[in-house]
Design a binder for this molecule. Structure first.
Ligand code: SAM
Ligand code: SF4
Length: 508
């Protein structure tokens, strides 16, 4: 479920006097969550969120270097931001994330208008760096640390908006020790480090107490959680499956997701958990990268294609309806037409509901960057298109098979298509669009509000999403809240209806 996003995250709050910040985020969910952590730290330090870069006194860019394109985007952004900085005296520009971790001081030397750079282990320093920049100091702080302190962050500030009221990211581990030959992450995120289970549970309990229903557990190899520490006898971690069970027992948590797992760390207990823990969503993101054993070996992935087929079977035995998605790289050095055909075969055999596919991008300092037999760019592009055409077919077929079934959608907000629909995710992590009832995009009268979990019928399938119809009449379902929250008599599904609900829960 790697939503490789280009997000302009907005952390907005009233309060004119305080200086304002804006965070622009590139990359994966870990980066999105790091931006949330930095925003929360700044709010605690007295800063306030701005709606966009124009309104900001402090602009932070959280960068990604997973592929060359992402890194280049930073450089063109930074060039363009000279004008932003010059527009108003006192404006501050900071860069964080994977590029900052790698380039540090070099960025400051190359871009005279950049005030500071902060590495992936130094989020806690951002308020101090911003303060120092106000006093005219420039600095790069990219030290790596093994300290567990990095997990000790303040609880959500009242002004924190982040992912939303009902769904939250929770970090369980960081870093990676696997050094897949194509991947920059171990170089930018450092060594694997697991957060004590107690801290994770406390955070989940606090989030649940504040109304969060869905937690998405994050880690570069999230299911490797605790593996080194358990071996060394560290008492503050537990096996990943047990961590899931403990989180599932937290009152109020209705959905648990985790990303990104590595196929090598699915033990029996984790596979079984998918059949045993009701809140654990029936979706697993299983990054395959390739279906060719020769390519997988050169990628240093530590599994063969048949291991993935067997793992998919085991997950389906534990939970028949589990939806599987994946990441794939095409055009890895030496990938032959037969290797690529093996990837197509794997995708078909496993029946991935969706995949994120990328052309291989050599990253300086990684082992694969030195490999011979580069695949010509036109050939890689053509393979990417063939792979994506197959995936579109599989996705559409999987979506069509869902038409006529029921599910529940956690409403995220207005549809990104801008067609005045709402959108949310079902437990299988599929995007579902719902009709919105009125003018106001945030809480359309006659439609469910962002953060509600609503039961729906799936009425239509497209290659990218599903269209849902709320199971209850529009006139009656809109003020619904789950009974747990409402404390009201409910129907069998746990939902309160109609007039009862109307009076008790006026729409915002
Ligand atoms: N930890 C995850 C795993 O083990 O699969 C992957 C995390 S990585 C941040 C996300 C995805 O980016 C990878 O699954 C891979 O498909 C893609 N990726 C990483 N390095 C890449 C490269 N050099 N070129 C193209 N795609 C790459
Ligand atoms: Fe990168 Fe491999 Fe680690 Fe995933 S497991 S973050 S692909 S090195």
């Amino acid at each position: 479920m790697n939503d490789f996003a280009e997000l302009d995250d907005v952390f907005h709050v009233e309060g004119e006097a305080a200086p304002r910040f804006f965070v622009r985020t590139y990359g994966c969910q870990m980066n999105v969550h790091d931006s949330e952590k930095v925003a929360n730290l700044l709010l605690h330090a007295g800063w306030r969120g701005a709606d966009d870069a124009d309104a900001a006194d402090l602009l932070l860019i959280n960068t990604c270097s997973i592929r060359e394109k992402a890194e280049h985007r930073l450089y063109s952004d930074l060039g363009a931001l000279r004008a932003w900085k010059a527009e108003r005296p006192g404006r501050i520009l900071g860069v964080g994330g994977c590029v900052a971790q790698q380039e540090g001081d070099t960025l400051l030397r190359r871009f005279g208008h950049l005030d500071f750079a902060f590495g992936t282990h130094n989020l806690r320093l951002v308020p101090a760096l911003a303060e120092a920049a106000r006093a005219g100091e420039r600095a790069a702080r990219v030290e790596e640390t093994r300290s567990l302190e990095r997990f000790d962050l303040p609880a959500r500030h009242p002004a924190f908006a982040g992912r939303g009221r009902r769904s939250a990211y929770v970090t369980v581990m960081e870093g990676c020790d696997l050094f897949c030959s194509f991947c920059i992450v171990p170089h930018t995120r450092g060594r694997e480090i697991s957060r004590p289970a107690e801290g994770i549970l406390r955070e989940v309990e606090t989030l649940a107490g504040a109304g969060v229903r869905e937690v998405i557990l994050l880690g570069q190899t999230v299911n490797a959680y605790g593996r080194h520490d358990l071996r060394k006898g560290r008492a503050d971690v537990v096996p990943f499956a047990e961590l899931l069970a403990r989180i599932a027992a937290v009152p109020g948590i209705e959905r648990i997701r985790y990303t990104s797992p590595h196929p090598s760390f699915f033990d029996d207990a984790l596979v079984r958990a998918h059949g045993e823990l009701a809140p654990l969503c029936p979706h697993v993101h299983l990054p395959a990268q390739s279906g060719s054993d020769a390519v997988l070996a050169r990628m240093r992935r530590r599994y063969a294609a048949d291991d993935l087929r067997r793992l998919a079977d085991s997950l389906r035995t534990a939970r028949a309806d589990v939806a599987l998605t994946t990441d794939l790289i095409v055009g890895f050095p030496g990938e032959s037409e037969a290797d690529f055909a093996a990837t197509l075969a794997l995708v078909r055999d496993v029946g991935f509901v969706d995949s994120y596919s990328f052309k291989y991008s050599p990253r300086p300092g990684t082992a694969a960057a030195e490999l011979p037999d580069r695949v010509p760019p036109e050939q890689a592009q053509q393979r990417l298109e063939r792979l994506q055409a197959l995936q579109r077919e599989l996705t559409l077929a999987a979506h069509r098979a869902r038409v006529g079934t029921h599910t529940e959608v956690l409403v995220e907000g207005p549809s990104r298509k801008g067609d005045r629909q709402l959108q949310g995710r079902d437990p299988y992590h599929r995007v579902v669009h719902l009709p919105a009832g009125g003018e106001a995009p945030e809480a359309p009268p006659g439609g469910p509000a962002p953060g509600e979990i609503v039961p729906i019928d799936i009425v239509e399938a497209t290659p990218h999403s599903l269209l849902g119809r709320p199971l209850l009449e529009q006139a009656t379902y809109h003020p619904l809240r789950k009974v747990k929250e409402a404390g009201h008599p409910a129907d069998e599904a746990g939902w309160i209806r109609g007039a009862d609900a109307q009076g008790a829960h006026p729409r915002r």
